[in-house]
Design a protein around this ligand. Sequence first.
Ligand SMILES: [Zn+2]
Length: 137
Amino acid sequence: METTLSQKQIAELIEAATEARHRAYAPYSHFLVGAALLGADGKTYVGCNVENASFGLTLCAERAAVANAIAQGCRNFCALAVVSETDNGPATPCGACRQVLAEFSPSLTIICARESGSVRILALNDLLPELFYFNDR
Ligand SMILES: [Zn+2]
């Protein structure tokens, strides 16, 4: 996908997401994920996955990053980097996270990276076509 982000911005977001990944709490799956949101205010908001013994309560890194940004007063985002480590290419956000991201920035650019190297740049519009939202928001 084409992006207006600079290579420096992409690298910085991946670095921030990687640092957050190292703080993930994933004692059950051992699948560590970090996310970094670039706000329209130019600031970066990070999140990591937080698992729970009651598995359904697990929070994804992307939604943790959204909550972090909202709590700090930022509601518009330019890009999201999500970093994990998989055998078969960079992981993309799950369906729940796609919907939560779309609530605030339906045309978000999403940078999916493996910590060991490969990167894919996608559009949220492509990951979640015809998304659900209220007309009056
Ligand atoms: Zn998710």
